[in-house]
Design a protein around this ligand. Structure first.
Ligand SMILES: [Zn+2]
Length: 303
C-alpha cells in the first residue's frame, strides 16, 4: 500500500484482491489502450513488474530519475530511466533490470516488497529520498527513567496482522498499534546500564521523519505453530483513502496485491494516475482502467 503525502503520500503491499473492479477494455479501447503500457519480464517476475509500475507511476520518482540519471556504476537509475522512456511509448521489457537485481531463477516466486527495497537501495539518494522515512525506537527504564534512542531509516512500515483471520483488519488501527507504547516486564525486561540490571522498560516508536510517500506492508504470512508452517491470513482489510498522522495527511494512490499462497501466486498493482486521476490495474503486459471508483463518497475505506 502506498500513500502520498498531501503535503504528505502512502502505498501498500499484499492486499487481497479488490472486488469492485470492472474491466472496461472492450467498451473503450481507444482511450484505455493508450493511457499506459504493460511490462514484459523474464519468466514469472510479476513481483518485479508490479513494483516497477508503482515506481513509474510515482510522479516525483519518475521526474527525479529523468533529471538525475546517476553515473555511479552500481546505481540502477540509468536502467530505470530507459525503462520509463520505453513505458511512455509502448510495452517495455524488464530483462536488464532483472539481471541488475541478480534475479537468476526467474521462475521462483519472490516478494514484491523485498524487491521494492532492493531497487530503492540501488537508486541514487536524490531519487529515492521521497520514500525514505526515519523511526526512533525509544526505550525508557521505568525505575531510573534513563532513555535510549535508536534511530534508523525505513522504506516500508511492516504491519503485523496478528490473528485477525476471523475479523476485518483495519489499516488505520494497525498503524496506530505500530506506534503504541508497550511495557515489557518479567522475562522480557531490558538491561539498563544506569541501574546495571534488567528492568521493566517502556518501549515506544515515533516517526521522526515523515516520508513523502508512505509505504505500508501488510504481513499476511505468519507462522502457524499448530501446522508448523507459514500460512497466509486471508482476512478482509479496510484500507482508508486518507490516512491522518499527527499534523499530516496521506492519500492512497497505489496497492500491490498478492494472490495465492507462499509457494506460488501472482502479483498485480492498482495505481491512481497523477496524470489522468484515474485508477488502473497493471497485470504484467495488460493494463486496464478500473472503471468503478475504489472509494465511495467521503472517506469510506475500500475493503
Ligand atoms: Zn534504569
Amino acid at each position: 500500500m502506498l500513500f502520498v503525502k498531501k503535503e504528505c503520500v502512502f502505498v501498500s503491499f499484499l492486499l487481497p484482491p479488490l472486488r469492485s473492479k470492472v474491466k472496461v477494455c472492450e467498451q473503450e479501447p481507444s482511450r484505455l489502450l493508450h493511457d499506459y503500457h504493460g511490462l514484459n519480464g523474464p519468466g514469472l517476475t510479476c513481483y518485479l513488474n508490479s513494483v516497477l509500475q508503482v515506481l513509474f507511476m510515482t510522479e516525483d520518482f519518475r521526474g527525479s530519475i529523468k533529471r538525475c540519471c546517476s553515473k555511479a556504476p552500481t546505481a540502477i537509475d540509468a536502467l530505470l530511466g530507459k525503462l520509463f522512456d520505453d513505458l511512455e511509448r509502448s510495452l517495455a521489457w524488464t530483462h536488464c533490470i532483472a539481471k541488475k537485481l541478480g534475479i537468476t531463477d526467474v521462475y521462483e516466486q519472490r516478494d514484491a516488497a523485498e524487491y521494492f527495497e532492493k531497487i530503492l537501495c540501488l537508486t541514487s539518494p536524490e531519487a529515492s529520498k521521497i520514500f525514505k522515512g526515519e523511526l526512533n525506537h525509544k526505550t525508557t527504564c521505568v525505575t531510573c527513567e534513563k532513555r535510549n534512542d535508536s534511530r534508523g531509516f525505513f522504506w516500508i512500515l511492516p504491519l503485523a496482522m496478528g490473528n485477525s483471520c476471523r475479523q476485518t483488519y483495519s489499516v488505520t488501527r494497525g498503524l496506530k498499534a505500530f506506534f503504541k507504547k508497550e511495557k515489557v516486564s518479567g522475562e522480557n525486561r531490558i538491561y539498563c546500564s544506569q541501574c546495571d540490571e534488567k528492568q521493566v522498560t517502556d518501549i515506544d516508536c515515533e516517526m521522526t521523519q515523515k516520508p513523502g510517500i508512505l509505504t505500508l506492508l501488510l504481513k499476511r504470512f505468519t507462522f502457524d505453530y499448530k501446522c508448523q508452517s507459514y500460512v497466509k491470513l486471508q482476512c478482509e482489510v479496510d484500507v482508508p483513502q486518507t490516512l491522518h498522522m499527527e499534523n499530516c495527511k496521506y492519500d492512497l494512490y497505489a496497492l500491490v496485491n498478492h494472490f495465492g499462497d507462499l509457494t506460488g501466486g501472482h502479483y498485480t498493482a492498482e495505481i491512481k494516475s497523477f496524470e489522468t486521476g484515474e485508477w488502473y490495474c497493471f497485470n504484467d503486459d495488460i493494463v486496464e482502467r478500473v472503471k468503478q471508483p475504489l472509494f465511495g463518497s467521503g472517506n469510506t475505506p475500500v475493503r
